[in-house]
Structures are given as structure tokens and as C-alpha cells.
Design a binder for this molecule. Structure first.
Ligand SMILES: Cc1ncc(COP(=O)(O)O)c(C=O)c1O
Length: 464
């Protein structure tokens, strides 16, 4: 190689990223570039673009994890190349998944935790689909055996997360969703029983309703369904959507009966990436007993050298989240989960008191009887110079993302703001947030919002 060529190469290597030829032009956005780019340069462009996303730690609208220990980062890195479906190739990851299933079955008081069935999923949505399918299959078997028609299945629930709307539409099931009414924002046993008939495949109470964060009364619904069976002979199972509560109640309210202690509870879903404290991309569904998962939903896949049972909507899936979930179980144990969640509840209560003191707000949910969270609406009759959408917008100028949204059907008139207090929302951060809310209120006092268009007044549900 000639000497002058060495110099050219050196120049390239020492180029400042932003002064490089690659970054002296705008990179294509919607067509694949014709040529390669230096990895340093491409990385910097993508990295910089991500700055425009909100800061996840200040996203108080999400239930999902935004802080993990350094060890979790390392494990995620170690697993980046492991495909969860290749159980024959990665038998130890498969073993860890199985252990998580049995630990959860035990945590939720399955009568036969060591032998029951369950699996990991991408989140609660996939887990809900699998739980719902098992209910539908079981109901169909029963109806066929009785020589009855199977074309009009229905499912009863309170105000549910959109995954249940999807389930109903994708699997052709009528969703009998109990609407909110006046002060009643969740299901009651009376409202459930009213809607039951022989085509009801199951009832889905939510342990931590997405909109209000309250727990629905699983035991009271279980008891009302017992009574219904006595009165009318209908035997209706329960699937609990424990997306959030499944990882809260066992640690913080162990005496609350919502799980497999109740005989009608046949399956439960939860999100590992919410209060399970795992990184994004893992959920779980567990059946009370092997017999509650119909055999013909299980596929035996002979692939890459093994014959393995699977029940999932996806095939390939990353293994890191599941490994991280197992790490959390070992690292924290029941004691660690309890401490973390209790700290969150106590910060939620603190925030509730402080936000109430600000003056213009009515507290809707005070962090008791549900998820560590709190929500508020604007007091009726006050004219603070803003509505909650304005406040949500203004507080974002300090990076805080706090959703303002209208309640689902029949209570669309009620607009609330909601804060999820997760692992990593410290007391100190809570104080900083309250100071910023005070600043916003003072700003609107001086600069009230006037001439609002109708469009700006409305906003559907935002948050995960
Ligand atoms: C009650 C409930 N069920 C299901 C889901 C969907 O969970 P995932 O995001 O894990 O799919 C959510 C998400 O917020 C939820 O709150």
C-alpha cells in the first residue's frame, strides 16, 4: 500500500462523526439507501433521532417497566441471540420458563402448582387471547356433548382493556361489557349475573382496571356465580385479567382472595413487564389445572430436533425477558417484590395528598384498593383557566407524560388524569413533579386558555 493511501485511511478513521461525509447530508427516510454507512455514523443518527421520544422514566402514563438493574441489562445482552421457540437448542432457557410458570402457579395458589400448565407470552394481550380461547374451546366441548348449538358464544367483563375487544372480534365472541354507570366504574356481581346465559363462555374480572386502576371484586363474582349455578344450573368459569394485579396482590394483599383459591378461577394472565418488573416483552398465562387447557389447543412441533408442546400465537420470540423474569424471582423473592410495591403505594398515597392540596382537583382514585397509582378530575364549578388536556400538554414541557383521557362509554363526561407509580418513581421525583404542577397552575392563572375549539376538548384513552 502506498504511503499517501495510508494517510487517506487515517483521515477517514479520525473523522469527527458529525463532520463525516456520511453525516454531511440528510439520510433517506422512506427508501433504503443504495450504499453502506459507517456503523458509528449510522448509530449516531439513530441514537440522536431517539432523543425525540419522550423520556420513559418520566412517562407516568404507562404501567410498564422503565427501570431495571444493571444485571438485567447484562442478561438481556447474553440472551440477545436466543430464540425461545428453539427449546431443544436452548434447553436451559426453556427450563427457566417452566420454573417461572410453576412459581407463578404456586404464588396464585394453584391446587397442583407443580403439574399445572402455563406459558410465557409477549404480554398480557397474547396471554388474554390464549386464556379466552381455552374458555371458548371448553364451552364448545360442553355444548356439543349436550347436543346444543355453538354459534353464539358470549363473554362477560367490566370496562376492559382493548385486548379483550380484540379477542372477541378475532374469535367471534359477543362481548357483554358492563358499562360504567354513575359512581360505579367497575363490574358488580349483580351486573355480571344479569348477563349470564348458557352461551356464556366465561366472566373476566380485571385485577386493576386500566382506566381507574381499581380491582374488580373477583370473590364476590365467584360467589354470585355459585349461587347462579344453584338457581339455574349454569356453571360459568372465570378468567382473571391480572395484567397488573397478578404481580401486586400476592405480595401486598396476600389475604385478598382473587386467584386459584376460588374454584371458578380457571386461568389468570399477567404482564411480566408491568409489576412483574421484567423488561418489555413478557406476559404469562397459567391454568388452574391441566384439565382446564383443552388438549387440541396444544401443538406438538417437531422442529430443529425435538418434539415440543407449544401454545402461543407467535413462533420465534426473544428469550431475554423470560430469563430476566426468572432473575427477578431469584433476586427479589416475595420480600423484595413486597418492598418495591409497598414503596410505590406509599409514594402514590403521598402524591394523592399533595395533588389534592393543590386545590382545583377531585381525587378519583387514591391508590387504595387497586394498583399503585392515583387519578384526579377537575372539580366541578371551578374555573382554573385550563382543562386537563391543557395541563397534560403544559406539564410535558418539563418532560412529564401524564395522560388525560375520557372514561369509556356512559361516563365519557368524566375526564381524568392518571399517574402510575412504578419502580423508579421515587419520593424525590414525586416532589419535583408536584412543584412542576404548581408552576403549571400558576401559569394558567396568568394565561388562561380561551377560545378553545370543540376538537381540543375531547381525548380518548391513552396509555398502556
Ligand atoms: C387490564 C389490562 N389487561 C391487558 C393489558 C394488555 O397488556 P400488555 O400490554 O402486556 O399486552 C393491559 C395493559 O395496560 C391492562 O391494563
Amino acid at each position: 500500500m502506498a504511503l499517501h493511501e495510508k494517510d487517506t485511511i487515517r483521515e477517514d478513521l479520525e473523522d469527527d462523526v458529525y463532520a463525516s461525509t456520511d453525516l454531511s447530508v440528510t439520510l433517506p427516510k422512506y427508501k433504503m439507501p443504495e450504499h453502506e454507512h459507517d456503523p458509528r455514523h449510522a448509530f449516531q443518527v439513530v441514537h440522536d433521532e431517539l432523543m425525540l421520544d419522550g423520556n420513559a422514566r418520566q412517562n407516568l402514563a404507562t404501567f410498564c417497566q422503565t427501570w431495571v438493574e444493571p444485571e438485567v441489562h447484562t442478561l438481556m445482552n447474553e440472551c440477545i441471540d436466543k430464540n425461545m421457540i428453539d427449546k431443544d437448542e436452548y434447553p436451559q432457557s426453556a427450563e427457566l420458563e417452566g420454573r417461572c410458570v410453576h412459581m407463578l402457579a404456586d404464588l396464585w395458589n394453584s391446587p397442583d402448582a407443580a403439574n399445572t400448565m402455563g406459558c410465557s407470552t409477549t404480554g398480557s394481550s397474547e396471554a388474554a387471547m390464549l386464556g379466552g380461547m381455552a374458555l371458548k374451546w371448553k364451552w364448545r366441548e360442553k355444548m356439543k356433548a349436550a347436543g346444543k348449538p355453538t354459534d353464539k358464544p358470549n363473554l362477560i367483563c367490566g370496562p376492559v382493556q382493548v385486548c379483550w375487544h380484540k379477542f372477541a372480534r378475532y374469535w367471534d365472541v359477543e362481548l357483554r361489557e358492563i358499562p360504567m354507570e354513575g359512581e360505579r366504574l367497575i363490574m358488580t356481581p349483580q351486573e355480571v349475573v344479569k348477563r349470564c346465559d348458557e352461551n356464556t363462555i366465561g366472566v373476566v374480572p380485571t385485577l386493576g382496571v386500566t382506566f381507574t386502576c381499581q380491582y374488580e371484586p373477583v370473590k364476590a363474582v365467584n360467589d354470585a356465580l355459585d349461587q347462579l349455578q344453584q338457581d339455574k344450573g349454569l356453571d360459568i368459569p372465570i378468567h382473571v385479567d391480572g395484567a397488573s394485579g397478578g404481580f401486586l396482590a400476592p405480595f401486598v394483599e396476600p389475604e385478598l382472595e382473587w386467584d386459584f383459591r376460588l374454584p371458578r378461577v380457571k386461568s389468570i394472565n399477567t404482564s411480566g413487564h408491568k409489576f412483574g418488573l421484567a423488561p418489555l416483552g413478557v406476559g404469562w398465562v397459567i391454568w388452574r389445572d391441566k384439565a382446564d387447557l383443552p388438549d387440541d389447543l396444544i401443538f406438538w412441533v417437531n422442529y430443529l430436533g425435538g418434539n415440543m408442546p407449544t401454545f402461543a400465537l407467535n413462533f420465534s420470540r426473544p428469550g431475554g425477558q423470560i430469563v430476566a423474569q426468572y432473575y427477578n424471582f431469584l433476586r427479589l423473592g416475595k420480600e423484595g417484590y413486597r418492598k418495591i410495591h409497598q414503596a410505590c403505594y406509599s409514594t402514590a398515597h403521598y402524591l394523592c395528598d399533595e395533588i389534592e392540596k393543590l386545590g382545583p382537583f377531585d381525587i378519583i382514585y387514591n391508590g387504595r384498593g387497586g394498583i399503585p397509582a392515583m387519578s384526579w378530575s377537575l372539580k366541578k364549578g371551578v374555573e382554573p383557566g385550563f382543562n386537563l388536556f391543557d395541563l397534560s400538554d403544559r406539564i410535558r414541557s418539563r418532560g412529564w407524560q401524564i395522560a388525560a383521557y375520557a372514561m369509556p362509554p356512559k361516563r365519557e363526561d368524566l375526564v381524568i388524569m392518571r399517574i402510575l407509580v412504578r419502580h423508579g418513581v421515587s419520593r424525590d421525583l414525586a416532589d419535583l413533579l408536584v412543584e412542576d404542577l404548581k408552576r403549571c397552575i400558576a401559569y394558567f392563572k396568568k394565561n388562561p386558555v380561551v377560545n378553545r375549539s370543540n376538537e381540543e376538548e375531547s381525548g380518548g384513552f391513552k396509555g398502556t
